[in-house]
Design a protein around this ligand. Structure first.
Ligand SMILES: [Zn+2]
Length: 175
């Protein structure tokens, strides 16, 4: 597997199509505990790919579906409201739900990559037992951003669901 440095801040990623690990300049050139943690996390994604780790595979397959669904969703939703068709509006809400499914699938993939990273760093003697706390801090901070993204995606989706439920129960729509 190739390892390359790439432009941009926080641009570190593993590209499963090209089978290349791309690290930002800050990570590639800095011999710090934080940089080692991030590089090892991305290596974790490469290992997931090598092992056909199911949540990662599933996430890769649903990306085009989510992209298509998130493009159609607002149109179906608005058209449903304008035509007063609750079936069409519900279809829009369900299509919105695909982005929340994607955010949820991201969680096991990210947590697993971080767990692999910590095990690798210690077993290969790259990070001493006294430094693993620093790695934990960096990787936990990254993990929380994915949790926050998932929570907000669920929140937005539930907003639409409850709005539809309230509409169904309440007075007829004002036109
Ligand atoms: Zn990751």
């Amino acid at each position: 597997m190739k390892v390359e440095s790439t432009d941009g801040v926080l641009s570190d990623h593993y590209d499963p199509r090209a089978k290349v690990l791309r690290l930002s300049q800050q990570v590639y050139y800095t011999p710090s505990v934080a940089a080692a943690g991030i590089a090892a996390h991305e290596t974790g994604h490469a290992l997931q790919d090598a092992e056909d780790y199911f949540p990662m595979e599933a996430r890769t397959y649903i990306v085009p579906v989510v992209q298509l669904a998130s493009q159609i969703a607002p149109w179906a939703f608005v058209a449903g409201l304008m035509l007063n068709s609750s079936a069409l509006t519900w279809a829009g809400v369900m299509l919105f739900g695909s982005s929340f499914l994607f955010a949820l699938l991201t969680l096991p993939v990210e947590f697993d990559a971080s767990a692999r990273a910590k095990a690798l760093l210690v077993s290969h003697g790259i990070i001493g037992p006294d430094q693993i706390g620093g790695v934990d801090k960096v990787l936990d901070a990254a993990a929380w951003t994915y949790v926050a993204a998932a929570v907000s995606a669920v929140g937005v989706w539930l907003f639409y669901v409850f709005m539809m439920l309230a509409r169904g129960r309440g007075a007829p729509a004002v036109r």
